[in-house]
Ligand binder design. Structure first.
Ligand code: SF4
Ligand code: SF4
Length: 709
């Protein structure tokens, strides 16, 4: 007997015709569902950008096939999804092969390839991948039903119990798992009944079906009874499979299409480089106020969310009691988009949401938007490429445009506008910290220098940070670096002003800084403020400047490696290092600070959350300028971070390399009750301590004799 099988064995002509009719109906519903989604996305503002399609598709293939995003920080869930994905893909390809054999190869090409070795290999492959699908589904059911991690619960930090409950999401999640499980199970039963009925020896190549089929035969299921069971199962499996195909654009299964499209179309610079305002934008074109303001790409991203909750668990606001979850922002916007632009629109039924109604207030509350630290943890972890940060920023822009913001923030923005700094200090005081030095710092506006040092607000005006700034100045001077500063011509770089949503003020600051810097002669720009570093490096180029901007951690490493700084002795401290969001996640600078620590003989012990998984200090996105929005007594992000560091064994110093981190963590060491257990050091201070220069000049005034600027 030739190893093969007939798809329609035992079916009459009208039954086969009926089957093809069902395929047509299922396909038509699927196509209509996809088409209405495309129409929905097209109603967004602006074009759907898809430049460099080959590179984008290649990137999507790499991300989807490797599961690189899904397995991060939860390998078990990654393994479960991996098994489901490849099980499903192989079963789908198996179905396509069958269709090709029945509808093209045999009747049109007269080519009968579905036999002998091909058939046996096909049988084995599908059997094994079908089993993989079942194992993957069992893992996911375990995660949702038994392990129940924080990220998979639909608890919301911005709503009280009962407000906007998410039971239908839970039902949708379980229905999706259940339908896939039912399809896999009925597929195996179908195979087993067929083997029980016909019992050819070559079906041993379907090991699972063979085993179960023979178990059925052992129970007496043979001949007519097995044939009837096979017939019923054929229709049950087939009809549910076609129903599943038809349901894809309307259910959780939609992510099978949208998440790949989202990964392919996402902006690689998302959140790092915010989009400019349209030229001559009218007030209702500034930021997002209605669902129709979102771009087609963002509308697509709303449908791509799988509700995996990874962003929810990574968000420092969510885990610290602020009324914000990035997942819920996306899901709320998705509900509005579907209610305003979705199926009801296509059916001519009045929409659940008025498309032109404001989304600010309900469902997206202002306090939710102001809770965001723009730390990028959500964007970085989202496996399907959703761009929460620019979406939140656009919503903030509209609030700012309407003047709806925290009074403290408003006051700070006014100070920045009037004085060019967030401290509201007179411009001439910007370089006062340099008065404590025993050498003159060059005015780079008047004479050229190798390095233009952009100091930044916190490093210039905050007393604790001024000590670090002085130490860095002495260190550069001691290493013979030719550097100068802008004195009163420097302005706030505008990084956080932009992240707050005040695009107009950001443009103003950028223009002033570009004018001041462009009039100077220098090779590189140095700063120890990661916020200034980020924005000068990435967001000033829109004005046509092309500067080489470096962070002091990179420059210190350079000085240590080329011998301009020579440590006298290894420090021997056990330290832990905090990656600032704007240095790490925004710019990928992870190694240089660690290499500096290694070069000065400090032993680095990593916190559980480090590098791209670093945890925001809580100051970013302008939060340092706003009043507290926390709703419960969970520790603040900076306090959680200090707890994390103290939990490591015998750490001498908590090392930072950002002025705002100095401020936030000096405070958090006190408020978290860990004073005396751990001390803060800025990277520069440890480098200074390791040098012989430290024997000649007092570091940072810690002996109390230093003149305060
Ligand atoms: S940027 Fe940070 S604070 Fe804002 S939503 Fe994302 S994870 Fe939360
Ligand atoms: S936005 Fe991304 S990370 Fe967050 S729940 Fe949705 S898919 Fe997961």
């Amino acid at each position: 007997m030739t190893p093969t099988r007939s798809t329609f064995a035992g079916l009459s002509t009208w039954e086969i015709a009926f089957w093809y009719g069902l395929i047509a109906v299922s396909t038509a519903i699927f196509v209509w569902g996809v088409a209405r989604l495309v129409l929905k996305y097209r109603r967004g503002r602006g074009p759907f950008e898809f430049d460099r399609p080959v590179a984008r598709l290649r990137r999507m293939a790499a991300v989807v096939l490797s599961h690189s995003g899904i397995k991060r920080r939860d390998p078990l869930a990654g393994a479960g999804h991996f098994l489901i994905f490849y099980g499903f893909v192989v079963l789908f390809i198996g179905t396509v092969i069958l269709a090709f054999q029945d509808d093209v190869a045999k009747p049109i090409l007269h080519w009968d390839f579905f036999r002998n070795g091909f058939y046996e290999g096909y049988s084995l492959f599908l059997d094994l991948f079908g089993a993989a699908l079942v194992v993957g589904l069992a893992i996911m059911a375990y995660k949702r039903g038994i392990e129940k991690p924080f990220r998979l619960r639909y608890w919301r930090p911005d709503r009280t119990e009962g407000e906007r409950e998410r039971r239908r999401y839970v039902i949708g999640d379980w229905t999706f798992l259940g339908v896939l499980f039912f399809l896999a199970l009925t597929g195996f039963l179908l195979e087993s009944f067929r083997i029980a009925e016909t019992n050819p020896s070559f079906e041993v190549w379907s090991p699972l079906g063979w085993s179960v089929g023979h178990a059925f035969r052992g129970l007496g299921l043979t001949g007519r009874a097995a044939a009837d069971a096979h017939f019923v199962q054929w229709w049950v499996h087939g009809v549910v499979a076609l129903g599943f195909v038809a349901s894809i654009p309307f259910t959780k299964a939609l992510h099978m299409l949208t998440s790949s499209a989202s990964v392919a179309s996402r902006d690689e610079r998302a959140g790092r480089e915010l989009s400019p305002l349209p030229p001559d934008a009218k007030p209702d074109e500034v930021g997002y106020g209605t669902i129709l303001d979102l771009s087609p790409r963002y509308l697509l991203q709303l449908d791509a969310c799988t509700k995996c909750g990874k962003c929810h668990a990574a968000c420092p606001a969510t885990t610290s009691g602020y009324p914000l979850s990035p997942r819920d922002v996306i899901l709320d916007l998705r509900e509005v988009a579907e209610g305003a632009l979705g199926l009801r629109h296509e059916l001519g039924v009045p929409p659940l949401h008025d498309p032109s109604a404001s989304i600010l207030g309900d469902p997206i509350r202002p306090e939710t938007l102001w809770s965001c630290m723009q730390c990028m943890a959500c964007v970085e972890i989202c496996p399907v490429g959703i761009e929460h940060v620019p979406i939140i920023n656009q919503l903030r822009r509209r609030l700012v445009e309407r003047g709806e913001m925290d009074p403290t923030l408003q006051q700070t923005l006014e100070s920045i506008y009037e004085s060019g700094n967030s401290f509201g200090e007179a411009r001439r005081k910007r370089a006062r910290w340099a008065k404590g030095l025993d050498f003159e710092v060059k005015d780079i506006r008047k004479e050229p220098a190798e390095i233009l040092w952009f100091v930044g607000d916190y490093a210039s005006f905050d007393p604790r940070n001024q000590l670090v700034t002085q130490t860095l100045a002495r260190l550069l001077h001691g290493a013979g670096v030719d550097f100068g500063i802008l004195y009163d011509a420097e302005r706030n770089a505008g990084c956080d002003v932009r992240r707050v949503g005040e695009e107009g003020l950001f443009n103003h600051l950028r223009e002033e800084n570009v004018a001041a810097i462009s009039s100077c002669t220098f090779d590189r720009i140095l700063t120890w403020d990661p916020h200034s570093f980020h924005t000068l490096r990435n967001e000033y180029s829109a004005l046509g400047v092309d500067w080489n901007v470096i962070h002091h951690s990179q420059f210190l490493l350079e000085l240590l490696e080329d011998g301009r700084l020579t440590p006298e002795r290894p420090l021997g401290y056990r330290v832990t290092y905090h990656d600032p969001c704007t240095l790490g996640r925004y710019n990928g600078v992870y190694d240089e600070p660690r290499r500096v620590l290694a070069a000065i003989g400090a032993e680095l012990v990593e916190m559980p959350r480090s590098r791209s998984n670093s945890f925001c200090c809580g100051a970013g996105g302008g939060r340092i300028w706003m009043t507290e929005l926390k709703r419960d007594d969970a520790p603040r992000p900076s306090e959680q971070r200090i707890d994390e560091a103290v939990a490591l064994d015998d750490i001498d110093y908590f090392v930072v390399c950002c002025p705002k981190d100095v401020t936030m963590y000096e405070d958090a060491i006190k408020t978290s009750g860990h004073q005396g257990e751990i001390e803060l050091r800025e990277l520069t201070e440890l480098v200074w301590e390791s040098l012989d220069l430290s024997a000649q000049v007092t570091v940072g005034g810690r002996d109390g004799k230093e003149e305060q600027p």
